[in-house]
Design a protein around this ligand. Structure first.
Ligand code: ADP
Ligand code: MG
Length: 447
């Protein structure tokens, strides 16, 4: 009954609240009139039980009653999936644009070049996408974009399609996923309309196929794709392809197809770095500020998220979305504390054990000194103090012994480490801003 109940609840609470609060829940069982519900975090449990109990109870009672009581449980440490995946940003209005209506997939209106934040990891892909979108003589064909999940492939593809449409309204741009391509093809086979299918595909001006790895191993679809591809290239039509890996690494894909995919320009989207993540967060925050006017954001929150959520941009967005929704419902400022509580499950999924090297790296980054100075001999305060802070954090956050820590700090003696740790402990209680600094570093590193 949970599927049905979820549908009803979505109608009652609205799509936004639903994806933030109800979607991550699981109905475990109904026994003796008690429905047992699992939440990924204690924070979610708390919130849902206070605000949505009545709605959930009523719906469950009606659909699978009698249900008189709800009992909430927090899912154990081993969260099965990062909740950001379960709580995506609310669906934006889809604009059908002027694509080929019959075949094309709709374009997401948020996926524009304007909304795409450029950084080192994606600048090449972005530049190539821009170039293709600007039209003119076909320079590289196909453009092959690849990269891991959630790094912006689909975003760039939509941006290209939209831009071309704006610049050349008469062009027939066809954007679709490889899965849709296969589906249409199979349908055409079944309906005996393969000729029409071929005709349609071969008369577009620009063909864009997303996630092409999907047709690996699907022989007849591959074959058809290959012919379509060749025909279009021969006619000088632009083709843009995306995949989750480089052409040569797609398994169960015919060699001749792979080599054709490589004959244009192949560019990859690298995993995000800290700066890019921060840039994306800032840009999304600007958008959220319009959606949630008056919300206060404490300093350091975005930096914290950029440090801690490194998996992919989609997760990063989901986290921010949840945070804003929560803060707005609570009418509170977004603080570091709130962030940690509200996003505990996502943060946990991104956690790893902290190593001394990581501590050194983060501290060096934070104080803008060189990593080599962490282990080097310099005694100037601007270097020595951060080094001591790193020693202190290493003592606090790892289970390493003083001699072991000493070894990682360029072979220093254990008494030096002890001295450093003591020094920071003293300063900590006297100097508030240092204490706050250490706190922030700790949170950034925390497991
Ligand atoms: P992929 O297709 O590579 O799996 P998507 O293009 O669907 O990833 O991107 C996932 C989400 O992250 C989308 O909401 C997208 O808008 C966002 N995103 C990814 N990269 C960027 C970027 N550089 N700037 C802004 N948003 C981005
Ligand atoms: Mg995609």
């Amino acid at each position: 009954i949970w599927g049905q109940a979820r549908e009803e609840l979505q109608k009652i609470v609205g799509a936004n609240s639903f994806s933030t609060w109800i979607e991550p829940l699981c109905l475990n069982a109904v026994e003796d009139g008690t429905a047992r519900i699992t939440c990924p975090t204690s924070f979610l449990t708390d919130w849902v039980s206070r605000h949505y109990s009545d709605d959930i109870l009523q719906v469950l009672d009606r659909l699978g009653g009698p249900v008189h009581r709800l009992s909430f449980e927090t899912r154990a440490q081993s969260a099965r999936q990062p909740a950001a995946e379960a709580a995506p940003a609310p669906a934006a209005p889809r604009s059908p644009a002027r694509q080929d209506e019959e075949l094309a997939a709709p374009l997401d209106s948020r996926f524009t070049f304007e909304n795409f934040v450029v950084g080192k990891p994606n600048e090449l892909a972005h530049a190539a996408a821009r170039r293709v979108a600007e039209g003119g003589p076909v320079t590289f064909n196909p453009l092959f974009l690849y990269g891991g999940v959630g790094l912006g492939k689909t975003h760039l593809m939509h941006a290209i399609a939209r831009e071309i449409q704006l610049r050349q309204p008469e062009a027939r741009v066809l954007y679709l996923s490889a899965e849709q391509f296969m589906y249409r093809f199979v349908q055409a086979l079944r309906d005996r309309t393969v000729m029409d299918f071929k005709e349609l595909f071969r008369t577009v001006s620009v063909l864009m196929v997303d996630d092409v790895q999907f047709i690996a191993g699907k022989d007849s679809t591959q074959e058809e794709f290959f012919h379509t591809f060749n025909t279009l290239v021969d006619q000088g039509k632009q083709i843009v392809i995306s995949a989750d890996r480089a052409p040569g690494e797609i398994k169960d894909m015919e060699e001749r197809i792979k080599s054709r995919l490589q004959c244009g320009l192949v560019v990859d989207l690298h995993p995000t770095d800290y700066e890019l993540r921060l840039g994306i967060l800032q840009s999304k925050t600007d958008a959220f500020r319009v959606q949630y006017p008056g919300l206060q954001l404490a300093p350091g929150v975005l930096e914290f998220l950029a440090h801690r959520i490194t998996s992919n941009v989609r997760v990063l967005e989901g986290a921010l979305q949840r945070l804003f929704a929560f803060a707005s419902l609570m009418g509170r400022e977004i603080t570091l504390d709130m962030t940690q509580e509200c996003l505990a499950d996502i943060l946990r999924a991104n956690d790893r054990k902290v190593s001394i090297e990581e501590i050194q790296r983060k501290v060096a980054e934070h104080y803008n000194i060189r990593l080599s100075d962490m282990i080097g001999p310099k005694r100037v305060r601007t270097v020595a103090r951060p080094r001591q802070i790193a020693m202190y954090l290493a003592k606090q956050m790892t289970s390493r012994s003083l001699p072991e820590i000493g070894r990682r700090f360029g072979g220093r003696d254990h008494t030096t480490i002890m001295h450093g740790v003591k020094k920071i402990e003293e300063l900590r209680s006297a100097d508030r801003s240092l204490a706050e600094d250490i706190d922030l570093l700790r949170r950034l590193l925390e497991a």
